[in-house]
Design a binder for this molecule. Structure first.
Ligand SMILES: [Zn+2]
Ligand SMILES: [Zn+2]
Length: 67
């Protein structure tokens, strides 16, 4: 699988992860990894406080939408 963002720019970068919200494949340069202790939107996780901070992989679009 190739990075979706890179593919849009005509590049051919191998994806190392994917956005947990939209499922977009992402390379290291385009993924956003954040430790969030609460998920605001209720999707894909239930709306509840996690016991501890969980790392989330997001694309930049979903990250800015949820921030
Ligand atoms: Zn990329
Ligand atoms: Zn996304």
């Amino acid at each position: 699988m190739h990075c979706f963002v890179c593919a849009q720019q005509g590049k051919d970068t191998v994806a190392i992860s994917m956005c947990i919200v939209c499922g977009m494949a992402l390379c290291n340069e385009h993924l956003v990894r954040e430790d969030l202790d609460m998920w605001e939107g209720g999707y894909p996780m239930p709306r509840q406080k996690a016991q501890k901070k969980l790392p989330r992989i997001l694309c930049q679009e979903c990250y800015s939408a949820l921030k």
